[in-house]
Design a protein around this ligand. Structure first.
Ligand SMILES: [Mg+2]
Length: 180
């Protein structure tokens, strides 16, 4: 049993910094994942503004991140958990993400995979926890198990019970793996 845990949007608060940098006011439009659409910017301008080592290294950790990791550890143990994150095309993004891990969750600073192709890691005993519907759909398609972490930009329902929902998903995952 392996758990692949996404970074941005699950444990890393990417959106908070984006909202601040571009002075975005109001609620994030429900179900819209694409920041450039929400901000009305070109993809090029958006990333030109953000994509540097300091941006990725200094993002805030979500307050619930510790609890998410603790729950995953309870079900599969730390040795079976890997951070799985897609970097941008900028080489500084990779360094920034590693620096973030070293700063915020140092005990996971050697448990990571950075790849644009999360689906390569899909298998029957693997659970992907991610906030991006496309990653979830592909991982499922390639034979993995998934949990869409609810955020305003996806179709998961965010509520005070989000962590209970995750706990249920972990329980089901464990049952499915054990019963094979
Ligand atoms: Mg994400």
């Amino acid at each position: 049993m392996k758990i692949f845990l996404d970074m941005d949007g699950v444990i890393v608060n990417f959106h908070k910094e984006v909202i601040k940098r571009f002075n975005y006011k109001g609620e994030w439009p429900k179900g819209e994942y694409d920041c450039t659409k929400v901000l009305g910017m070109s993809v090029r301008n958006f990333w030109n503004e953000l994509d540097c080592l300091r941006f990725w290294a200094d993002l805030e950790i979500y307050p619930e991140a510790e609890e998410i990791i603790r729950m995953c550890e309870e079900y599969v143990g730390q040795e079976n958990i890997c951070l799985l994150s897609t970097p941008t095309d900028h080489p500084d993004c990779l360094s920034g993400k590693l620096k973030w891990l070293q700063r915020c969750i140092p005990n996971y600073s050697r448990n990571y995979i950075f790849t644009p192709h999360k689906r390569f890691f899909a298998h029957n005993d693997a659970l992907l926890i991610d906030d991006h519907e496309r990653n979830i759909d592909l991982f499922t398609q390639y034979g993995g198990r998934t949990f869409l972490y609810p955020r305003p930009w996806n179709k998961g329902i965010e509520s005070i019970k989000t962590l209970d929902t995750l706990e249920n998903a972990l329980l089901n995952f464990k049952r499915l793996c054990v019963s094979k």
